[in-house]
Design a protein around this ligand. Structure first.
Ligand code: ZN
Length: 348
């Protein structure tokens, strides 16, 4: 096959910055990671970079959908050639929808305690096929930085309602506090209350919705209609897992993605129902390969070459901070050099 007959679609494309305005601070670690300067007039409320997004913000002005370099929105591009982008098996099983939202998230301040509905609740009360199970792959963290996940002890429904009404520190104090460092990975099942602490920078995988129950909202200036998804407060609180999330339960949700040598999963097994995050690392000196898939490829360490396809291979120079969108039709992926990437992919 000659160069000229190969569609540009077989080439991984670099994803532009896509940082909608949010109610909380952050964003400089995203620019730093991507090798971009922080402008003097930087709006420090751009803490999330939505990568290959087909999802719109629930509030805060909409936005969020990825626009590719040629001006096409990602949903339009997918609709024009679904089998190429997503692969025929994915399209047959899930339709023209990746079923995945990937983000870089820089917590410039502690995020409010919140939770996301699971699939059953979203289907029953929000007319939505997806809940929002999410996962955090910690790329960087200030020393001593932490996250919070799940109630340590079971919280009766009336106590949860009381704490949400009071809007004081007791909500945060009731959660498991977990110190994190680069290399940590955590799965956050739908329903589990959580918060990310200041100074934590994560690669985040989520089901493709922006549905959040903001248990803490007053100090962040969020309106109640936004905080509870337009539901009554008691109904919204039914979506919250009141625990307990025990030490064993927590351990099952954690993994060290930096323990992967060659290729392997960044996330615990139970993530596979929702999405996949595959580490490909050639730092041991040998090239490492992964099977064809629609993927957001984030280079998290070192530099090297990423090659797609075998008939007419395409090679791209890649270094930490590069973010690429690779269609299924680009073929198998090979990484070589001193390079570690994480491939964020839909579930199979
Ligand atoms: Zn969340």
């Amino acid at each position: 096959m000659s160069e000229t007959t190969v569609s540009d679609l077989t080439r991984p494309s670099r994803l532009p910055l896509n940082t909608p305005h949010r109610f909380y601070r952050g964003g400089t670690r995203i620019l730093d990671f991507r090798g971009l300067d922080v402008p003097a007039d930087f709006d420090d409320h751009r803490p999330e970079d939505w990568l290959a997004s087909t999802t719109r913000l629930f509030a805060e002005g909409g936005g969020g959908v990825t626009v590719l370099d040629d001006g096409t929105t990602l949903p339009d591009a997918l609709a024009a050639d679904p089998d190429h982008w997503l692969g025929p098996d994915h399209v047959a099983a899930h339709g023209v929808e990746p079923g995945l939202l990937t983000k870089l998230l820089d917590a410039g301040e502690r995020l409010p305690v919140h939770s996301h509905p699971d699939r059953a609740f979203a289907a029953a009360h929000l007319d939505c096929d997806h809940g929002k199970t999410e996962a955090w792959i910690v790329l960087d963290a200030e020393p001593g930085a932490c996250v919070w996940l799940g109630f340590r002890d079971e919280l009766p429904a009336d106590e949860l309602a009381e704490l949400v009404e009071a809007q004081d520190d007791r909500l945060l104090e009731a959660l498991n506090r977990i110190e994190v460092s680069p290399g940590d990975a955590l799965l956050v099942p739908g329903g589990q209350p959580h918060a990310i602490g200041e100074g934590v920078f994560v690669l985040e995988l989520q089901e493709p919705t922006d549905l959040s129950v903001m248990l803490e909202h007053r100090r962040f200036g969020l309106e109640e209609a936004h905080a509870f998804l337009g539901l009554t407060v008691p109904r919204a609180l039914e979506s919250v897992d009141r625990g307990p999330l025990t030490a064993d339960g927590l351990a099952a949700l954690r993994r060290r993605w930096t323990d992967v040598s060659g290729s392997g999963h960044a996330l615990p097994e139970q993530a596979a129902e929702f999405f996949r995050a595959e580490v490909l690392s050639s730092t041991t000196g040998s090239p490492v390969s992964g099977a064809a898939a629609f993927a957001v490829v984030v280079a998290v360490d070192g530099q090297g070459l990423l090659t797609t396809g075998s008939d007419a291979p395409r090679t791209t120079e890649v270094a930490r901070g590069d973010v690429l969108l690779v269609p299924h039709g680009a073929g198998d992926v090979r990484v070589e050099g001193e390079l570690t990437v994480i491939r964020c992919m839909p579930s199979v």
